[in-house]
Design a protein around this ligand. Sequence first.
Ligand code: ADP
Length: 265
Amino acid sequence: VRYDVTLTHIQNPAFQGVLLCFTDVTHLRTADQMRRDFVANVSHELRSPLTAILGFIETLQGPARDDSAARDRFLSTMAAEAERMNRLVGDLLSLSRVEEEARRRPASQEDMDKLIRSVIGNLQTLADENGGTIAYEPAKSPIMLRADPDQMRQVFSNLIENALKYGENGTDVHISVRNIPRDSSLKGPAVAFDISDNGPGIDPIHIPRLTERFYRIDSHRSREKGGTGLGLAIVKHILNRHRGRLVIKSTQGQGSIFSAVLLRD
Ligand code: ADP
């Protein structure tokens, strides 16, 4: 707990003394510290690809000027680094947009089945490339929920992509829909979209921190897989805006279940 303390001398005929005033500024300090950490993290994340690109430019202008094989190799590495910066900026923009809209509830009723199918269609190539599979078990009857379609697509996309990405030799991803008569946290009837994988699983100590911005279990592996460290933070904010929450369950060595739980209207 942090306090700001002010000291005032009181001198009048009735009373002489000092007045100490303690103001609890824990909230302000924490918010301030978080903002500073965030800016430091963003700068660091942008600087490393930028430094690599600048280094390659220097080499191409100097020692590797006439080496066409090296030039091709360096150019493709530079393209990959630029792509990484592009992804990061894209995720930062998504995050700030979601935060901006946090108080505005989405207006349109969306068919969740349609959204999930379109996301699976987009990720099929990634699954094939990784030697993984995506299986989907839709709900018996259509589920219409008040949702922002682009944002909900992003939720499913981030969760399914993570499930595919973090498995060693191809992951089998299973998506199913579950009715919750009454969700104790959301305080009402809800529906859960469970995205399960048979990947490496997650050590329980990491689970509460996974939705923090830039929190990764293995930074090297996340970067290698094209991760920005913002995916689950975006998911959490979108679900909050939709009166929902993210529930993570995992068993090391067996796999994980990421559940997007949404309140029914
Ligand atoms: P990233 O861009 O690094 O994927 P995320 O916010 O999406 O960032 O995820 C944070 C971290 O959570 C990842 O770096 C990874 O270590 C871990 N993670 C997320 N999903 C899974 C999963 N399905 N299986 C194992 N680890 C996961």
